[in-house]
Design a protein around this ligand. Structure first.
Ligand code: FAD
Length: 316
């Protein structure tokens, strides 16, 4: 099975909104950190609505062995807002970002002036690089044997990931537009992409092939979400504009109990992951919904993770 032994995995969390949710997140985070992922990313509410809460989780991650990745959105921001927030995150010690445009506020229409100064994620990528290189223009390295000398290196590098859409962004007119947008983001300085969730391995593998043919060279991690109930499937299809996976819906609806639905969700995400690994992907990015057990079960079933203890069960 090509790819299985070298593939990495990473997780996405969202910031807790209540004290009870905060306790639960930190409990799950302990299990996720112990699984030693490549990184854990933390989402960001468009227009900065979760800035403090996101930064809280990210600061906590900085005290662990797992590198954090900070999502940032730019919708509705002025250059000054964006620069201030980027500085704040860099000052906290963060060096890895997922640069996103963010969605317009509910109720706005095509052509509304909701964007602010930055018109796309590509412009946010450029701004993060420019704020970082202003802060740390160069590094000085000791030269062994010459205590007075210093070697100058380029300033501390940042990882800047961007979003990719295997089945097209809901507002995109064509596959070509999605590929052009991704190419533009790489040209702006992005060095990693993470995909929107999708339900069929072929959708992602076809998109990857098209992206490579179009000249995109950065790694594109597939985003995998275990769907543990019909309600969550309906919600995700509504949020992402993906086509309803009829077979998965039928399997979830046929399951008689929440435990059976859970098993269907794990089995679907595991099959999807296995097909992607067989297709040669070098990493899986798992959307956790702030719970550890489902994503760890998926990784275990494809042989990427082996638990030392069995986590307790949770439901969607
Ligand atoms: P962009 O890359 O700027 O593209 C948006 C649209 O504009 C696309 O249709 C694109 O084709 C078009 N476009 C872009 N540039 C051009 C151009 N130069 N000319 C013409 N058209 C152009 N949202 C949040 O609020 N918080 C999060 O934490 C968050 N995390 C996410 C994580 C992942 C992995 C993904 C896939 C999405 C996430 N989102 C998040 C949602 C995201 O903000 C929305 O999908 C948003 O609508 C698009 O963001 P983008 O970064 O892809 O935008």
């Amino acid at each position: 099975m090509p790819g299985h032994t070298v593939a990495t995995y990473s997780f996405e969390l969202y910031p807790p909104r209540t004290p009870a949710a905060e306790l639960a997140v930190y409990e799950s985070l302990g299990h996720l950190v112990a699984a030693a992922p490549e990184f854990i990313s933390v989402t960001y509410g468009a227009s900065g609505s979760t800035s403090e809460a996101s930064l809280g989780v990210l600061r906590h991650l900085l005290t662990t062995s797992v590198p954090p990745m900070a999502h940032l959105t730019c919708v509705g921001w002025t250059y000054e807002d964006a620069t201030r927030v980027i500085r704040e995150f860099l000052d906290a010690g963060l060096t890895s970002f997922l640069a996103l445009r963010g969605d317009p506020p509910a109720g706005s229409h095509e052509g509304d002036d909701f964007l602010g100064d930055l018109k796309s994620a590509g412009e946010l990528v450029q701004l993060i690089h420019s704020v970082q290189s202003e802060r740390v223009p160069f590094l000085q390295e000791a030269v062994p044997g010459f205590p007075q000398a210093a070697r100058i290196r380029r300033g501390g590098k940042v990882t800047i990931a961007v979003a990719a859409f295997p089945n097209g962004h809901p507002r995109s007119r064509s596959v070509e537009q999605d590929l052009d947008t991704l190419l533009a983001k790489e040209a702006a300085g992005a060095n990693l992409a993470i995909s929107q969730l999708f339900f069929h391995a072929d959708d992602y593998l076809r998109f990857l092939e098209q992206a490579r043919a179009a000249g995109v060279t950065m790694r594109i991690l597939p985003g995998i979400m275990p769907i543990l109930s019909p309600a969550r499937l309906h919600r995700m299809v509504q949020l992402t504009d993906e086509r309803m996976p009829k077979q998965l819906l039928a399997r979830l609806e046929a399951a008689a109990t929440p435990d059976e639905q859970y098993a269907v969700g794990i089995s679907h995400a595991s099959e999807l992951s296995r097909e992607l690994l067989d297709g040669g992907v070098t990493g899986l990015h798992l959307y956790t919904f702030n719970k550890h057990q489902a994503v760890l079960s998926v990784l275990e079933s494809v042989g990427l993770y082996s638990p030392t203890s069995t986590p307790t069960k949770e439901h969607a």
